[in-house]
Design a binder for this molecule. Structure first.
Ligand code: GUN
Length: 281
């Protein structure tokens, strides 16, 4: 069965739209773009489009390479204090002369819509309720839930140990009682691990890393990779055409995890808005 991320994301967004319509006050999302990266520009434009479509206040701060760490710090302080802004997102990566970790640590954890602040990462790791959970891992959990995929006691293999996807999804799956293995670029004999996995979440950005001979029958495959090929086609980490005949569930690229990331960003913004306006809405 092919997991339809577009459909699940659409229902998350529709539900949000209804809630926002009923609220007099509207959530506000600030996005900071301080890099020259082509994909980042596309992601930020999409974040703006979705915010506007939901009736959020959307503030995009685009900077050229003359931006200094000091100016960025000043902006974070301003946004932390601004009651109209409920979520602050610093698009990663930043220009190389900027210190991303310092900037993220200065965001008020209750406005950290990406769930990247150490307070939120720590809460997630401890099995507590973060103010916000990183959008892609949160979206993956929603997809697994939408398709009633059981996690308890299952062997879940996460490939890739990034702070944005690999580590947080490994925590979320552990919190749901899966037996989690976290593989990465230095893992030996990846196939030995994939062959044993009931669930594979692959987030490496290596096209066709996972081939049909590497997976067992009825595996659940979540493909977080998104790579643009020379011919312009988008592909994931998984050899979709072949693996789909063996898997019980599989996410396509595009149309799988991608739409969930943006839907969860919108949901996080709304949840932080509620948190910051407790008792007033
Ligand atoms: N760069 C690539 N993905 C992301 C994301 O989810 N959030 C932010 N802030 N930057 C990114």
């Amino acid at each position: 069965m092919i997991i339809d991320g577009k459909k699940v994301a659409f229902s998350v967004l529709e539900e949000l739209k209804d809630k926002v319509k009923k609220s007099v006050k509207k959530p506000g999302l600030a996005v900071i773009l301080a890099n020259d990266d082509y994909s980042s520009k596309i992601y930020v434009a999409s974040k703006e489009k979705h915010s506007v479509a939901l009736g959020y206040k959307s503030c995009i701060y685009r900077f050229d390479s003359s931006i200094t760490q000091g100016k960025l710090i000043e902006l974070i302080h301003e946004l932390n204090e601004n009651p109209d802004i409920n979520g602050i997102l610093v698009q990663s990566p930043l220009y190389p002369h900027l210190d991303e970790n310092e900037i993220i640590e200065l965001i008020n954890p209750k406005k950290d819509v990406d769930g990247f602040h150490p307070v939120n990462v720590g809460k997630l790791f401890a099995g507590l309720n973060p103010y916000a959970i990183c959008c892609t891992p949160k979206g993956i959990m929603k997809l697994l839930k939408a398709y009633d995929i059981e996690l308890e006691g299952k062997n879940a293999l996460v490939i890739g140990r990034s702070n944005i996807v690999g580590k947080p999804i490994a925590s979320l799956l552990t919190n749901e009682n899966a037996t989690v293995t976290l593989a990465h670029s230095k893992t030996k004999n990846l196939k030995e691990h994939t062959k044993k996995a009931d669930i594979i979440v692959s987030a490496t950005g290596h096209p066709r890393l996972i081939t049909a001979d590497m997976v067992k029958k009825d595996v659940v495959v979540v493909d977080v990779g998104i790579i643009r090929q020379f011919d312009g086609r988008l592909v994931g980490d998984v050899d979709f055409e072949k693996v789909k005949n063996i898997a019980s569930y599989i996410t396509p690229v595009p149309g799988g995890v991608g739409p969930m990331t943006i839907a969860c960003l919108m949901e996080n913004t709304y949840e932080l808005f509620l948190l910051q306006n407790k008792g007033q809405i």
